[in-house]
Design a protein around this ligand. Sequence first.
Ligand SMILES: [Mg+2]
Length: 263
Amino acid sequence: MSVTPTYKCVLLDIEGTTTPISFVHDRLFSYVKNNLVNFLNENWNSLELQEQIQLLREQAMKDVNNNVSDAILVPEKQQEGEKTNEDEIKKAIIQNIQWQMTINRKIGALKSFQGFMWKSGYESGELKGELFDDVLVALKKWKENGIKIYIFSSGSISAQQSLFKNSDKGNLSEYIDGYFDTSIGSKTEKSSYVNIAKEIQFEPKDILFLSDSVKEIISAKSVCYQTAVMERKNNIPLSDDDRKNNVIFTDFHQIFSHSFLNF
Ligand SMILES: [Mg+2]
């Protein structure tokens, strides 16, 4: 490394940081929308699928009880002789998922279902996790220098693991020391960054957090993390204030020649 790092571990966001935003929005979300009908038909008898459906069903009940507008209930399984209400359940699931995805809902049951579908897509080779070209080189450098590498993303932990395991640069699982999703707290809440530091047993000042989201960076910075904003192609444009107040990189190579003295 050209500059001795002042951090002992890195915490990486995925969308807009290690991976193009378009991969998540276009590739992953389209995969769910386009394959949902076939997926339900082909996996209907899988216990795991039925567990995922139960999560959607319970969430839908909560939505109705909380008067969430347009909520779509998923009927319970019923069986009368040879006849089941399978078609009725499938139809409700499709409508339920389409509705939640249209309003871009960030809720556990939907995320879990999406993660379950993506896992199957990754395993069949139909999906490959997309990473910017400079990411693997940086992961290697950090590993060689004893820097721990963690992920913090709003996608479920299982979806994060699948992405790195089945990436377009190969299986990168060995580089990642741990994964965090929003079950530890929202990405814009300060307390989430406090909780992560506790969990990985590093002082906040020893952690370098990289994200494209200035809101996330502000939260991490306010609890003494070292931070930098990633400005990737097709990310949301940064304001003049964002530029004035933050260290900004356009690729991971730049991290290694920067001395982090901003805390
Ligand atoms: Mg992001």
